[in-house]
Design a protein. Sequence first.
Length: 170
Amino acid sequence: MDKIILIGFMGAGKTTLGRILAKRLGIAFVDTDERIEKEQKRAVSDIFAKEGETYFRELETEQLKELLEHEECMVLSVGGGLPVQPQNHELLQKLGTTVYLKADIETLVKRLGRDTKRPLLQGGSVEEKIAGLMQEREPVYEKVADKIVHTDGKSVEEAVTMLQQVCERL
Ligand code: S3P
């Protein structure tokens, strides 16, 4: 089995579903945001506030390069903006199979309405921010993805089961 890379918008369930999926498959779970926060010893929001988004994007690309050196199977959850960076496309392709966890704007607004941790959603209307980013990102997610799993209206259990089925068919 290759690395399974979960992509999708903030709040799509990449970390939650990814963690459960990895456990079921008996492989490691890795999250790029978590690795960055551990290495940098501070929160993503702090990195955005002090160094800005461009610096954070460089850290994300570094993570992909480092993970290419790891041969083990894993479920890898990447931040919502990572697949949007063209320099990451080839790296994602080399790393493994990419699964897009798709959720519609209504679902995302419900999940992210009160978020305080994600810098790109702070201040102003969350719905407008999500809609604006989605317009730019959705075509990229679809282009980068090898598989798409629709999560709208699904419980965590249902979504993980669907995801597992997709992974077992790889
Ligand atoms: C971001 C998504 C976040 C995190 C950062 C930027 C984005 O990760 O990397 O706040 O640009 O969509 P999640 O997708 O895990 O929330």
